[in-house]
Design a protein around this ligand. Structure first.
Ligand code: PMP
Length: 460
C-alpha cells in the first residue's frame, strides 16, 4: 500500500492503465510498459509505487520543484491560508495575492502591475491579449497585433501559446494555428542558422527581429516573446549583446518585449530572473513553475506601468479594462504557497547556492567535454544541457534511439535526467539537468557520474 492511499501498488498500476491519459507519453508505451507512479518526495529524491528511489536531476521532471520536496513551510502556509480563506475571485484582492504582487515588483523593479493566473501557458496568453488590446486602445486606427517568436522556444500548450512556439513536433496535428504569429531563428551559436561564428557574426540572430518587423510592417507587430535562455529547445544561452540589440529594435519599432521566465524565473540560473544576466528591461515578464516550486499551480504576467495605464482610457468605451479573467488565478492558497517559496529561497540564500553549486556542476560536466559523443556543454546556474553528436566535426545529432538508451541507462543507475523534448525532429539530442537548489556536491557527482557511465556504455 502506498503511504496515505487506499489502493495497493498493483491496484494503482491497474487503475492508472485503465483511466489515466499521461502527458507526453507515447500511446504504445501505455500498452506495453508498466506506468510510473510517484508516491513520495523528500529533498532531491522521489520514490515510486514499487519502492524504487531516484535522485531527481530535473526538479520534478519539468524543472519546477526548485526548492526540493518536503518543504514544510510551504505546505503549512497553504494549510493555514485555506483555513482562513481559501478563495474569492480576484476581482477583489486577498492578502497573500497582494503581498505576492508587492514582492514580485521588488524582484523586477521596473515593473509595477501583476496579473496572476495558473500556468505558464496562461501567463503567456495574457501577455498576448494585453499586447493586442494595448495597441487597439493606443492606436485604434492601426492593426498592430502580430506576435514574433523564436524557433526552438516553447511558450505553452494552449492554441495561442502554441502558435508562438517554435517547436515543430509540439504543433503537429493541431492546425490551423492562430494567424499573426511569425517565427525567427534561435540564438544558437553551435548550429548558427546563418552559418556564421561569434563574434564575427554581426549578431544576425538578433538582427533577424528587425528584418521580420520590416517585412511584416512595424504597424502590424505588437510584441516579441522570448525565453532568456531557451529551455526545452536545447538550453541555449544567448551572447551577452543579444538582448541589447533586441531591446533597441523593440524600442525603435514600438514592439513590446515579453520575457518568458517560466523556466528561468525564481533563481534557476543564479539570479531571480534569467533576463537579469543581461542588460534588458522587458515590458512584460511571464513566470510560473518555480514561482511556488509547483507546490501549488500559479503563474503571473508582471507588467510595466505604461501597459496598465493604457487601459485606463478607451476612446470608444467608458467601461475600459483588460477584458480577461482566470477563475483560480491568484487564489489565496496558491499565492500563499508562492510567498512561502520566495521566503524560503531568500532565508536559505538559495540564489547563492545555485551559483556555487552551478559552478561545481559545470566543473564536473567539463570532464565530459572530450568524450567523442559530447558536442557542446552549455547553460547557467543549475541549468545545463549536454548536446550529443555522432561526430564532432559534422555535428550530426545522435539518434532518438540512442538518446532513449542513454536516459534509460542513467535511470537504471537510480538517477533521473532529461532531454530536449521531442519537439524538433532529428534534434532531440541534448541531455538536460536542472537539479534542485538544495542539491549537494555528492548528488551532483552522482548525476554526472551516471551520465558519464551511460555515455561510456551505450553504443552509438
Ligand atoms: N514557457 C516555457 C518556457 C515553458 O518551458 C513552459 C512549460 N514547459 C511554458 C511556458 C508553459 O507552462 P505550463 O506548462 O505551465 O502551461
Amino acid at each position: 500500500m502506498a503511504r496515505g492511499y487506499e489502493l495497493s501498488a498493483d491496484e494503482l498500476v491497474q487503475k492508472d492503465r485503465k483511466n489515466m491519459w499521461h502527458h507526453l507519453t507515447q500511446h504504445k508505451v501505455f500498452e506495453s510498459v508498466e506506468p510510473t507512479i510517484i508516491v513520495e518526495g523528500k529533498g532531491c529524491y522521489i520514490k515510486d509505487v514499487r519502492g524504487r528511489e531516484f535522485l531527481d536531476g530535473l526538479s520534478g521532471g519539468v524543472w519546477c520543484v526548485n526548492v526540493g520536496y518536503g518543504q514544510e513551510s510551504i505546505a503549512e502556509a497553504v494549510y493555514e491560508q485555506l483555513k482562513i480563506m481559501p478563495y474569492y475571485a480576484l476581482s477583489a484582492g486577498n492578502p497573500p495575492a497582494i503581498q505576492l504582487a508587492d514582492k514580485l515588483t521588488t524582484l523586477i523593479p521596473d515593473a509595477s502591475k501583476v496579473f496572476i493566473s495558473n500556468s505558464g501557458s496562461e501567463a503567456n496568453e495574457k501577455a498576448f491579449k494585453m499586447s493586442r488590446q494595448y495597441f487597439r486602445l493606443k492606436y485604434p486606427e492601426k492593426d498592430k497585433y502580430k506576435i514574433i517568436y523564436r524557433h526552438r522556444d516553447y511558450h505553452g500548450t494552449t492554441i495561442g501559446a502554441l502558435s508562438a512556439t517554435g517547436q515543430e513536433e509540439r504543433r503537429m496535428g493541431f492546425g490551423p494555428l492562430v494567424p499573426g504569429f511569425v517565427g525567427i531563428p534561435a540564438a544558437y551559436c553551435y548550429r548558427c542558422h546563418f552559418g556564421k561564428s561569434y563574434p564575427g557574426c554581426n549578431m544576425e540572430c538578433a538582427r533577424a527581429l528587425e528584418d521580420v518587423i520590416q517585412k511584416e510592417g512595424a504597424d502590424s507587430v505588437a510584441a516579441f516573446i522570448v525565453e532568456p535562455i531557451t529551455a526545452g529547445g536545447g538550453i541555449l544561452v544567448p551572447q551577452k549583446e543579444y538582448f541589447d540589440i533586441v531591446q533597441e529594435i523593440c524600442k525603435k519599432y514600438e514592439v513590446l518585449l515579453i520575457m518568458d521566465e517560466v523556466v528561468c524565473g525564481f533563481g534557476r540560473t543564479g539570479k531571480w530572473f534569467g533576463h537579469q544576466h543581461f542588460n534588458v528591461s522587458p515590458d512584460m515578464t511571464t513566470m510560473a513553475k518555480g514561482m511556488a516550486s509547483s507546490y501549488m499551480p500559479i503563474s503571473a504576467t508582471v507588467c510595466k506601468q505604461h501597459l496598465y495605464d493604457q487601459f485606463l482610457n478607451d476612446p470608444k468605451d467608458t467601461f475600459a479594462y483588460f477584458r480577461d479573467i482566470s477563475t483560480y488565478g491568484g487564489s489565496a492558497g496558491a499565492s500563499a504557497a508562492a510567498l512561502a517559496n520566495i521566503k524560503l529561497i531568500e532565508e536559505q540564500n538559495m540564489l547563492e547556492k545555485v551559483v556555487t553549486m552551478g559552478g561545481y556542476l559545470f566543473d564536473r560536466l567539463g570532464e565530459l567535454a572530450d568524450m567523442p559523443v559530447v558536442g557542446e556543454i552549455r547553460g547557467k546556474g543549475l541549468f545545463a544541457g549536454i548536446e550529443l553528436v555522432e561526430d564532432k566535426n559534422t555535428k550530426t545529432p545522435v539518434s532518438e534511439a540512442y538518446m532513449g538508451k542513454v536516459l534509460g541507462n542513467v535511470a537504471s543507475q537510480g538517477v533521473l535526467v532529461g532531454r530536449t523534448n521531442r519537439s524538433i525532429p532529428g534534434f532531440n539530442n541534448t541531455v538536460t539537468l536542472a537539479p534542485m537548489y538544495i542539491v549537494t556536491k555528492d548528488e551532483i557527482d552522482r548525476m554526472v557520474g551516471a551520465i558519464k557511465k551511460a555515455l561510456e556504455t551505450v553504443e552509438l
